[in-house]
Design a protein around this ligand. Structure first.
Ligand code: ATP
Ligand code: MG
Length: 290
């Protein structure tokens, strides 16, 4: 299960980190902020956009919250924020002297997002690179997150500045990647996974989203794109498939209504189990190697 970086066949498309990347890694470790009272910080990423990263983040957070855990979501997709919409939240956020207070969803999930900083949903957020970097660090270190069991970070897709900033400044325990069956041909997800691994971010597992659709008449699974290849990608990196989620037609409706946290399913419960297990494993491993 461990991300066995040096084993043959586990570095399919990556090259050794460049000198610049190596320097960045060193800087990152030095600059990482304190975790405070947050037990686990996990980033949720993908290769390309639209694979369901934000939906999976919001659904996983909701499932963990249903178990009575304290959960936060940091929306790191500064230019395409979507978590507030999925939970029906709006800004602005206030600071009562202990840092920015996150918004709270109906079930009590703490949320911070650039969406809360604009007047309305249609206003684009146009930030220059350095501001994005500052905002990301502010969203972690400048927020009164309080005591959390899990802080999930909804990342923008790909290998931009934002993931680099997150990896270098936020003390993340690991990262999960959301893939869809159609996602695989372009191999973009591997670039993003390689970037995380090269920057020493433990890869916890992959989520196979929209893996099948249930026939509305007989309930039979229909794999629209053939048998999933997501497990193969997981195996290449030595990491597990944490869950397989079907196409759920009600996701759109619930998202539009800001009520996505109401969706529960056996698949989500299994995903949350595997996720928690994987986080525990990686945390114990890092404690042992201290
Ligand atoms: N399992 C699913 N079943 C049905 N629809 C889904 C599922 N997962 C995601 N979607 C839909 O797919 C679309 C993209 O999902 P989402 O916004 O979560 O992706 P994303 O990876 O965060 O995209 P972006 O890169 O733009 O941030 C949304 O319309 C969402 O409702
Ligand atoms: Mg998104």
């Amino acid at each position: 299960m461990a991300p066995s970086g040096d084993a043959p066949g586990t570095r399919p498309t990556s090259v050794p980190p460049s000198a610049a990347a190596a320097r960045a890694m060193g800087r990152g470790v030095l600059q990482r902020m304190d975790k405070g009272r947050i037990r686990h910080v996990v980033a949720v990423g993908s290769g390309k956009g639209g694979v369901g990263k934000s939906s999976v983040t919001a659904l996983l957070a909701a499932e963990l919250r249903r178990r009575g855990l304290q959960v936060g979501v940091l929306d790191a997709d500064i230019t395409g924020p979507s978590i507030p919409k999925l939970y029906g939240l709006s800004g602005p956020l206030v600071d009562r002297g202990e840092g920015i207070e996150p918004a709270a969803s109906r079930t009590g999930i703490s949320v911070v997002s650039s969406q809360f900083m604009v007047e309305d949903e249609q206003t684009p957020v146009i930030w220059r690179g350095p501001l994005v970097t500052r905002l990301i660090t502010q969203f972690f270190g400048g927020v009164n997150w309080g005591a959390l069991d899990y802080l999930l970070i909804d990342m923008p897709p790909g290998t931009s500045d934002v993931p680099l900033t997150v990896f270098q400044t936020i003390p993340i325990d690991g990262m999960i990647f959301v893939l869809t069956p159609q996602d695989l041909a372009a191999l973009i997800v591997k670039k993003a996974m390689n970037m995380a691994r090269d920057l020493h971010v433990p890869l916890l597992g992959v989520v196979d989203n929209m893996a099948w659709i249930a026939c509305p008449h007989c309930g039979q699974r229909i794999e629209l794109f053939g048998p999933s290849r997501v497990p193969t990608v997981g195996a290449e990196y030595g990491i597990p498939v944490l869950g397989q989620l079907p196409v759920v037609p009600s996701i759109s409706e619930l998202s539009d209504a800001g009520r996505l946290e109401e969706l529960a399913s056996p698949e989500l419960a299994r995903l949350a189990d595997a996720f928690a297990h994987s986080v525990d494993e990686v945390t114990q491993r890092s404690v042992r190697t201290l």
